[in-house]
Design a binder for this molecule. Structure first.
Ligand code: SF4
Length: 320
């Protein structure tokens, strides 16, 4: 009951923040565009989806798949894959595209090791060979939550033979010390999403910095050249073609090895509206351009999310 009350409070509080910041948009921007056919995906329930949800509830685990209302959730859950979201379910940032609750986090850092073990146990139950772990932003903590990643990576590594581990990290406000903690745990992939082109940062990712994110990715390679670096963006927020190409060139220059891009989809009316649904041909054209650069693997398609088919993409990048 208490938890429900907290959730209702946080969601309401979050929506109030979102609605008030929405006033900065022009009325023409707020129009909700109908979803084109190529983005419609049947969301069929299945016994696999049901079992996975049951396991997540029982283990008190969160997934970004559910929190971010990912369009691929039925497909991924039916395949027994999910992206675990650690460090609680309340985020200290208020990115305008994201439906994770914003507020004051409740999970203390003393609970991180136990959460890491629960992720490892869930991964064992699901028979996962590649695990993706992300988190809410924890700007309230001195290490930005890096020790939570450390605990989870170690729990997975110590309990599952031959597992590959991908972490999708926040920017830790550019802290090399925090990044070092994650690197020391030895993940196979460190992903940090640039999300959009620099000209849209204030509107889409307030409180974050394009250059700081690029530098974080480059620092990963400086700290451990064996860790694969990965980034991703959303398209359809109002970026231009030349800005996207410039971003891809920047990513290569800052030592990013895997690049992903997919269509931005508005999670609710309180979130940033879609500026444009790019037709599949435009995605193909960006893919061709990205493949002409020196990335090891590229995954660009309307429904791609940074953790979509993550295991296969890592294998492709290692084979190249
Ligand atoms: S694409 Fe990623 S976030 Fe979406 S359902 Fe699949 S694993 Fe979850």
């Amino acid at each position: 009951m208490e938890a429900l009350g907290r959730l209702v409070y946080c969601k309401t509080f979050y929506h109030l923040i979102q609605i008030s910041s929405f006033k900065n948009l022009k009325v023409s921007e707020i129009k909700n565009k109908p979803l084109p056919s190529w983005l419609k995906k049947p969301s069929r329930g299945s016994s696999e989806t049901h079992e996975l949800k049951k396991l997540l509830r029982k283990s008190k685990l969160n997934t970004v798949c559910e929190e971010a209302r990912c369009p691929n959730i039925s497909e991924c859950f039916q395949r027994g894959t999910a992206t675990f979201m650690i460090l609680g379910d309340i985020c200290t940032r208020g990115c305008r595209f994201c439906s994770v609750i914003t507020g004051k986090p409740l999970m203390p850092s003393t609970d991180f090791a136990a959460e890491g073990m629960r992720v490892a146990e869930a991964a064992i139950s699901l028979g996962l060979k590649h695990v993706v772990v992300t988190s809410v932003a924890r700007d309230d903590l001195k290490d930005g939550g890096a020790s939570g990643f450390y605990e989870t990576i170690k729990a997975l590594r110590n309990n599952i033979k031959d597992i590959t581990i991908e972490v999708l990290i926040p920017d830790f406000r550019g802290s090399t010390e925090a990044l070092q903690i994650v690197v020391d745990a030895g993940p196979d992939v460190i992903n940090h999403n640039l999300e959009t082109v620099p000209s849209l940062y204030r509107k889409v990712r307030p409180g974050s910095s394009y250059i700081r994110s690029l530098e974080l990715l480059q620092k990963v390679k400086e700290l451990d050249k064996n860790i694969t670096t990965k980034t991703g963006i959303m398209l359809g927020l109002g970026e231009t073609e030349s800005e996207v190409k410039e971003l891809m060139n920047d990513a290569v220059g800052y030592k990013v090895e895997i690049f992903t891009a997919g269509q931005y989809m508005q999670p609710s009316l309180e979130h940033l509206p879609v500026f444009k649904y790019l037709p599949p041909e435009e995605f193909k054209s960006y893919k061709t351009y990205a493949e002409s650069l020196s990335f090891k693997a590229v995954y660009i398609d309307p429904l791609v999310r940074s953790s979509y088919h993550a295991g296969e993409i890592l294998s492709n990048s290692l084979a190249s």
